[in-house]
Design a binder for this molecule. Structure first.
Ligand SMILES: C[S@@+](CC[C@H](N)C(=O)[O-])C[C@H]1O[C@@H](n2cnc3c(N)ncnc32)[C@H](O)[C@@H]1O
Length: 222
């Protein structure tokens, strides 16, 4: 298994649709800093990030659905991103990129207000005491999102974890975020936006275990 993962990581080095910077967090002179649209995607389209993308289900599905937008899936696990990169190549998606970094370092790779939308899909709930600051809705992460996203733009969060969802709502309120929509049971909602029907790998597993999927859309106060 370990050998298989190492092989995937080696193959990733030659993929054209991923940038891997996990070993160099301090990228002050990152080549696409502030110029992702013009220099990477070679257009002026809005950019969506999928954070904790794993195998990139949201990135891939949204990119197919919205060809006039650009999508960047972000995760630190190479073997999962390998699957995402291969799927994007197979589907011929040229409005997709993947970035292998620690999410906390986002501001090294995107300039202020460069991002138009963020999806956070089934992030690790980090249930053990002492690990809460690793949660992707902890204050220090929200501060990073606030830096890179445009003023008033939406952040979407989907999760199956009640403790994580409760923590997130509390953190959003404490950090003066604007909660625009909250759904306690996504698949019971009759007026669901069609983007919410996209299912990630983890989501499929949670649904098979009869877990309830929760969603919140919010923006960050200035
Ligand atoms: C539970 S998995 C969900 C993957 C995918 N979104 C899905 O639903 O199938 C959480 C992912 O978040 C990534 N992750 C967690 N914290 C991260 C961080 N601080 N920076 C980058 N990736 C992170 C992990 O590597 C893992 O792939």
């Amino acid at each position: 298994m370990r050998k298989y993962k190492l092989q995937k990581r080696r193959e990733l080095e030659n993929f054209e649709n991923i940038i891997q910077l996990t070993d160099q967090p301090e990228q002050d002179d990152f080549r696409y800093f502030g110029t992702w649209a013009k220099d990477y995607f070679k257009n002026n389209n809005p950019i969506t990030l999928e954070l904790a993308c794993g195998k990139g289900a949201y990135t891939l599905a949204l990119a197919e659905k919205y060809p006039d937008r650009s999508f960047i899936g972000i995760d630190m696990k190479g073997s999962r991103l390998w699957s995402a990169c291969v799927a994007a190549q197979e589907r011929g998606l040229n409005n997709v990129a993947f970035l292998r970094i620690e999410i906390l370092n986002l501001a090294h790779y995107f300039t202020k207000g460069e991002i138009d939308e963020i999806w956070i899909t089934f992030p690790d709930p980090f249930l053990k005491n002492g690990k809460f600051r690793k949660r992707l809705t902890a204050a220090r992460y929200l501060a990073v999102y606030k830096h890179v996203i445009k003023e008033g733009a939406s952040i979407h969060l989907k999760t199956d974890s009640d403790p994580f969802f409760d923590f997130s709502l509390k953190s959003l309120i404490e950090n003066r975020c604007v909660i625009e929509e909250k759904i306690d049971d996504v698949y019971e909602d009759e007026k669901l936006h069609e983007d919410l029907y996209i299912k990630t790998n983890y989501e499929r597993r949670h649904l098979a275990d009869n877990r309830v999927i929760k969603y919140v859309r919010f923006s960050l106060a200035r």
